[in-house]
Every structure is written in structure tokens, then in C-alpha cells.
Design a binder for this molecule. Structure first.
Ligand SMILES: *Cc1c(COP(=O)(O)O)cnc(C)c1O
Length: 356
């Protein structure tokens, strides 16, 4: 049979790469910033009990009413100020579909979470990338320049930023919201580990949304659940672009029940922050540069060895971290997720070995 020409993909997608974070089989996996342990045992039992009663032949609650009410109570906002979706990545996609798209621009400041640019581009949004200060924080002069020149419909900020772990000051976020001509998305996937949150700035008069996820603190990466809080009029627009019944019944139940275990989660966050500080102190004694983290991971750069070599050396010792060595602005850098005390010990032992 004659070979048939393959249909061409959209021109603007041709150059785009997929999301790559290798899922390698190793003893110590510290590369994707997940929680090191599963959700509370009581939560599992509650989830299974409720699932046993589900009418599986019916569509789930399309508005996710009970879940949104629980999130709203947890966050101190109204249910109509909450949008829940399949991970905060779908939340971000919804913002891009509603406020980005053809002829519109999204702005972000590198280095930052790579999915912002990717999701915006897939939604047909032009992406403009600004830089940062030498210490990798936001530079308000640069923000003013980029937002003034490109008038973006969406401005992304990630705080604490992935992959640097750096937290932006309240005044900086306030200034970005004042400068931005469109919607400002503050991605707080790691917000629980930080001493302050942009949630306090969310109200009906600001085009500001704050995104959060169950994937990190809540130990539920497998369930794909995230949400944003923002003005109700903006949430109403986002509801137009999500697919009907996009949140399945198990996600809705799981997310609602998880919030009952807030105290235990807070204790876990405190323990991880303690481990983070222990890791940071240990790294300070090794020939690496580090950045102060307000998240559950630490960015570091070996001084005398290439990032690729150190990454491979760790992998040879069955420790997997994230290799950021080739990312613009992060030459030679690696990112390690805070794990259990035993995993952190294993990482430190392997790193000391590789570096000496
Ligand atoms: C991990 C992470 C997320 C989480 O995405 P989900 O789709 O909720 O799993 C979002 N933003 C940042 C910056 C992250 O690092």
C-alpha cells in the first residue's frame, strides 16, 4: 500500500516538547517533590467506606459542591471563589483557556515551573519570558518592563518558586498584581511549607488567583486534584471551559475527606520543614551552593563538579534527584526533594561520597 502522508499537527505545537521527569526504579526517589509518605490510614478507611456507597451508574456532582464547600471552609473563602480540577495543572489550563488563547500573551519569569509556559502554549497563548535578579528572585523593574511592553492577559508567579524554592515577599506579589494588566496566577503548590501566603490578597476586586494542590502536602499525587481560589466572577468564567464532570466521584470524596485531617498534615509539614533545615545545614558543609528554600525541596549546585556528573553519581548509588543542570539560568544545578529522615540520610551519604 502506498504510504499515506501523516496529518500535520498545529504549526505552533511542532516545536513543543512533552513533560519529562524520568520515572526510574531506584531505592531513594527524591525527584518530584511528592510527600514521602501516603495519606493517613484513617483517611483510607473513610474513603473506602464512602466509595462503597457510590451510585456508580450516575454522573458525579458536576459542580463538586461538597468538595468546594470543604475547600472554601479550609481556605476561609466562599464556595463560589473555588475552582477544583484534575491537579493544579488543569486549574492552570482552565485559566489559559479562558483568559489566554489566540492573540493573547502570558508572561512569566525564568527560571520557574516549566508547565506554566507549556500549558499556556498548548492553549494557543503566546508566552513571553522575563528574567530575574542574580539571586533568582523577581526583579520588579524587569516585571514592569515585560508587563508594560507585552500587556499580558495572564501573568504567572510561582511562590515558593519551583525549582529554586525561593519565596517572594508580600510587597512583591502586591506590586505584581498592581502592575499586571490581566489575571495574575500565583502558583502555591508549596504554599503550606512557607511562612506566608498570597491567599490573604484574594478578594473580589483583584484579578488574582492562587493555585494549590493535593499532590504535595496532602500526599495525594496519585489522585490528581488541585484548586484555585479567586474572585467569584473569574471562577464563573473558568467553569465555562472545564469539561462537564471533569472531577470524578472518587476525587471529590477523597479531597473532601482529606481536609478532615488538617492537624495531622500540619504536623507532617512541620516535620518536613525540620528535615529541610537539617538538609540545608548538611549541604552547607559540602562543596555546593544552595538557595534558601520555603518549600519541600532544595536547589543546589556542586562547585567543582558538573551537575550531570553528580546526578549520575547519585543515580549510581540508587538516589534519584532532579537534574536542572541544562535549564536556562540554572546551569549545573540539581534539586532534591525532602524525604523521610532515612532517605535524607541516604542522599547525604551518597552526595558526600560523590563529591569527595
Ligand atoms: C508539583 C507542582 C504542581 C502540582 O501540579 P498538580 O497538577 O497539582 O499535581 C503545580 N505547580 C508547581 C509549581 C508544582 O511544582
Amino acid at each position: 500500500m502506498a504510504e499515506r502522508a501523516r496529518p500535520g499537527v498545529r504549526d505552533d505545537l511542532r516545536a513543543l516538547e512533552g513533560y519529562h521527569s524520568p520515572q526510574v526504579d531506584v531505592a531513594v526517589r527524591l525527584n518530584t517533590n511528592e510527600a514521602p509518605e501516603g495519606p493517613p490510614t484513617a483517611w483510607r478507611a473513610e474513603l473506602l467506606a464512602e466509595l462503597a456507597e457510590v451510585d456508580f451508574h450516575r454522573y458525579p456532582d458536576r459542580a463538586a459542591t461538597a468538595l468546594r464547600a470543604a475547600i472554601a471552609e479550609h481556605e476561609g473563602v466562599e464556595p463560589d471563589q473555588v475552582l477544583a480540577a484534575n491537579g493544579s495543572n488543569e486549574v492552570i489550563q482552565s485559566v489559559c483557556l479562558a483568559y489566554g488563547g489566540a492573540g493573547r500573551t502570558a508572561a512569566l519569569f525564568e527560571p520557574t515551573y516549566r508547565m506554566h509556559a507549556h500549558i499556556a502554549a498548548v492553549a494557543g497563548t503566546a508566552v513571553v519570558q522575563g528574567g530575574r535578579t542574580g539571586d533568582l528572585l523577581l526583579d520588579l523593574d524587569e516585571v514592569r518592563r515585560v508587563l508594560g511592553r507585552h500587556e499580558p492577559a495572564i501573568t504567572f508567579v510561582c511562590s515558593p518558586n519551583n525549582p529554586t524554592g525561593l519565596l517572594e515577599a508580600p510587597d512583591t506579589i502586591r506590586a505584581v498584581v498592581d502592575l499586571a494588566p490581566g489575571v495574575v496566577v500565583v502558583d502555591e503548590a508549596y504554599g503550606q511549607f512557607a511562612p506566608w501566603s498570597a491567599r490573604t490578597l484574594v478578594d473580589e476586586d483583584r484579578p488574582l488567583v492562587v493555585t494549590r494542590t493535593y499532590s504535595k502536602t496532602w500526599s495525594m499525587a496519585a489522585l490528581r486534584l488541585g484548586y484555585l481560589i479567586g474572585p467569584s466572577w473569574l471562577v464563573a468564567e473558568l467553569e465555562k471551559v472545564v469539561l462537564p464532570y471533569h472531577l470524578d466521584v472518587a476525587q471529590q470524596i477523597a479531597g473532601r475527606l482529606a481536609l478532615r485531617h488538617g492537624a495531622e498534615m500540619q504536623a507532617r509539614v512541620a516535620a518536613l520543614v525540620e528535615q529541610r533545615e537539617r538538609l540545608a545545614a548538611a549541604l552547607a558543609g559540602l562543596p555546593v551552593d544552595t538557595w534558601p528554600s520555603a518549600a519541600n525541596f532544595i536547589l543546589f549546585r556542586p562547585r567543582d563538579r558538573s551537575g550531570d556528573d553528580v546526578w549520575q553519581g547519585l543515580l549510581d548509588r540508587s538516589v534519584l534527584v532532579r537534574n536542572c543542570a541544562s535549564w536556562p539560568g540554572l546551569e549545573g544545578c540539581l534539586r532534591v526533594t525532602v524525604g523521610t529522615p532515612a532517605e535524607n540520610d541516604a542522599f547525604l551519604a551518597a552526595l558526600s561520597e560523590v563529591l569527595t
